[in-house]
Design a protein around this ligand. Structure first.
Ligand code: SF4
Ligand code: SF4
Length: 84
């Protein structure tokens, strides 16, 4: 899955609904991003969770940029508490 950043309103609802065992959605600067390597395709981030329906299937996905990998287990990892 991929977030259409042109339509995303950065509400973080998807991030709160992504199951911690996948933990695929992160704040990255002003953007909200999905690391496709971590996404299971479970759909829990889709509407009605995402209010603007801007999370789309991306069969031609590209690997996450290297700097995105600093987000999982980083200082602001929103899923870290669930693992404690
Ligand atoms: S489809 Fe599931 S695993 Fe992928 S980003 Fe959405 S909630 Fe997370
Ligand atoms: S729920 Fe939708 S609008 Fe909100 S941050 Fe996630 S992708 Fe963006």
């Amino acid at each position: 899955m991929r977030i259409d950043m042109a339509r995303c309103i950065n509400c973080d609802a998807c991030l709160r609904h992504c199951p911690p065992r996948f933990g695929a959605i992160f704040n990255h600067g002003v953007d909200v991003v999905i690391l496709p390597e971590l996404c299971s395709g479970c759909g829990k981030c889709l509407p009605p969770v995402c209010p603007v329906d801007c999370i789309v299937a991306d069969p031609d996905w590209s690997p996450s940029p290297e700097d995105w990998w600093a987000l999982p287990l980083g200082a602001d990892d929103p899923y870290a508490a669930a693992d404690a």
